[in-house]
Design a protein around this ligand. Structure first.
Ligand code: MN
Ligand code: MN
Length: 437
């Protein structure tokens, strides 16, 4: 909890420093504290917000100041979920685009075999390179046989599912297997596949696509294709009578209730006839892997193409204990799409030229960080914070602030920050990812 205490105390009037006069709420302050000598504040060249003269307190720990009143309407539950938007840290500034959205704001599509909802660039403008889908399938509920242009990366949140595919790169070998909570799968773009919930609880899972404009309601469905192909062509294609296709559904199936599948070994053997099966190729059992790194602050599991060769989407599955910090870092190669699985936290993103913003997250929320923007995530709750960092790239890559400062000449570093060279000498040689060590 050390980070929270440090930050709360920074609002205390006794601890005022120049930083306190660079808050993002400058316009509101200027309007409500007209008597203060703000008119004299100078505009700086890079910053459109007025600098404040020293000695004026603009925020109090208990928010009792005249300029902190909010007499108008308040959406109480939403404000309570977003304390760092209502009372931003005094280091936040400028107009960084929102990097928070929530599946709770998405329209849920409910069907006989379960439901789905999606978060795409159309609703969440910053998420240009990736989109996400949540889905629940009842025991026996099927997400219809289909394919799409984009690769599909998945994380099982709850329950079990049977997934199937046929591998176009390997002579049409079959893939049939069952996945459980914490497991991943990856279907490359164009690979035909299906998902079916299993007893006793069905399956809830997350899908991530390497295209912000992906549309879950616009995929290539088996029933839709058959309905829009002439029966004489189907008959010729499969060398069967046209009447074979008399009962092909006229409406798309999409997510529908069905019988539960046959035993796994039986279905694997049936699907593998002739070409053989490769029943591990498209899944990765992240639920049983050892953490890539573990510290007192938590742990991280990194799964990219080195461990899971078929994937072109990399992930870091991060668990932060209460008070833990995902250290200051950035990703030089790709945007980051986040999903919050459990707990509560906040993320601050810096975007150069005096721009920084903090937003609060909880289970079910989505976050997004543009390539190379430095960021950190704090656990602000009293239970573990679990979140996914997903990247549209086969390789995981990051650089941490500590890693950088530990591996440059200490005199050079100290000429910038004036902390004393010992500070740089003491930074651990290896990247922590999650702190404290
Ligand atoms: Mn799919
Ligand atoms: Mn990151």
């Amino acid at each position: 909890m050390w980070m929270q205490e440090e930050r709360t105390s920074s609002c205390d009037g006794a601890g005022l420093s120049r930083r306190h006069f660079l808050s993002s709420s400058a316009a509101a302050i200027a309007a409500t504290v007209a008597a203060a000598p703000l008119a004299a504040a100078a505009q700086t060249a890079q910053n459109s917000e007025p600098a404040r003269p020293a000695g004026v307190q603009i925020m109090s720990p208990d928010h009792h100041l005249p300029n902190e009143k909010q007499p108008g309407p308040v959406n109480g539950p939403l404000e309570a979920e977003n304390p760092d938007s209502i009372w931003p840290p005094l280091t936040d500034n400028g107009s960084v685009q929102t990097f928070k959205w929530s599946f709770s704001l998405a329209k849920k599509e409910i069907d006989s075999g379960g439901w789905t909802r999606q978060g795409t660039v159309r609703d969440f403008p910053i998420s240009k390179r990736m989109a996400g889908v949540e889905m629940y399938l009842t025991p026996g509920g099927i997400r219809e046989l289909h394919w799409h242009v984009q690769a599909e990366w998945a994380f099982v949140i709850h329950g079990k599912a049977r997934i199937t595919a046929v591998d176009p790169t390997n002579g049409g070998k079959s893939f049939v297997n069952d996945v459980s909570a914490g497991d991943l799968w990856l279907f490359p773009g164009g690979t035909p596949h299906s998902i079916q919930g299993l007893a006793p609880e069905g399956c809830m899972f997350l899908l991530v696509f390497n295209d912000g404009n992906f549309n879950e309601f616009d995929t290539f469905l088996l029933s839709d294709y058959f309905d829009h192909t002439p029966k004489e062509v189907l008959a010729k294609n499969f060398s069967v009578p046209q009447s074979t296709f008399d009962k092909v559904p006229k409406e798309k199936l999409y997510i529908f209730q069905a019988q539960e599948p046959r035993p796994l070994a039986e279905e694997q053997a049936q699907a593998a006839q002739g070409t053989g099966g490769e029943n591990e190729k498209f899944l990765f059992r992240a639920s049983t892997m050892q953490p890539t790194k573990e510290t007192r602050g938590g742990n991280v599991k990194i799964v990219d193409t080195k461990l899971f060769p078929v994937t072109d989407i990399a992930v870091a599955i991060v668990t932060l204990k209460p008070g833990g910090l995902r250290e200051i870092h950035w990703h030089p190669q790709a945007d980051e799409w986040q999903y919050y699985v459990a707990g509560k936290g906040r993320m601050t993103v810096f975007d150069a030229s005096h721009n920084a913003r903090t937003e609060d997250f909880q289970a079910g929320d989505i976050g997004y960080v543009d390539v190379s923007r430095p960021h950190y995530i704090e656990n602000t709750g009293d239970e573990d914070l679990v979140f996914l960092e997903v990247f549209p790239d086969p390789h995981y890559q990051d650089i941490s602030m500590a890693e950088w400062l530990a591996h440059i000449p200490t005199r050079l570093a100290d000429e910038h920050l004036h902390t004393g060279e010992q500070f740089f000498s003491n930074i651990p040689d290896q990247e922590a990812i999650v702190v404290p060590l």
